[in-house]
Unconditional design. Structure first.
Length: 155
């Protein structure tokens, strides 16, 4: 009996034959997405928070996408704050990194989402009567133990 068909990366969702031209078209349409993913991971620190829940991770990535969108909205109003070795760019050509760099110069126009600084001093500490709970832990399963368990169930 022949093995089942296996897709290694290209599937156009139709019954038409997959050609090399179709593969090339898929790759070229995918290319603009890759720099955006890299930018989100590197410059916007997408992998910085170590969250425990998948919902929190999804929320963080959604917020980063909103921030990236805001950078493109802010681009026409941003001034070019380039480094000494960089060429000046027109406002419509500013990269997200240069827009971020210009925000410090225009902070009074942008505003700030943070509240006023709290006074320093001794921390009140843990509230009396509040119970402490440890985060949930999950046991790691080894493949050997899992395979042995499956074999014992089949016997």
């Amino acid at each position: 009996m022949p093995p089942a068909p296996h897709w290694d990366g290209v599937h156009n969702g139709t019954t038409e034959k997959t050609t090399l031209a179709r593969v090339f078209e898929c790759v070229t349409h995918r290319w603009p997405i890759e720099p955006a993913n890299r930018f989100g991971k590197e410059r916007l620190y997408a992998e910085l928070p170590k969250v425990r829940q998948a919902e929190a991770s999804d929320l963080w990535l959604t917020l980063l996408q909103v921030v990236e969108g805001e950078l493109y909205v802010w681009r026409p109003a941003a001034s070019d704050s380039h480094l000494l070795w960089q060429k000046p760019l027109a406002p419509e050509q500013l990269t997200p990194g240069r827009v971020i760099r210009s925000l410090s110069e225009n902070l009074e126009r942008v505003g700030t989402p943070v509240s006023a600084v709290l006074p320093g001093g001794k921390s009140p500490g843990w509230q009396l009567g509040r119970t402490r709970t440890a985060p949930a832990t999950y046991r790691l399963e080894s493949k050997k133990r899992k395979k042995a368990l499956e074999m014992s169930k089949s016997e």
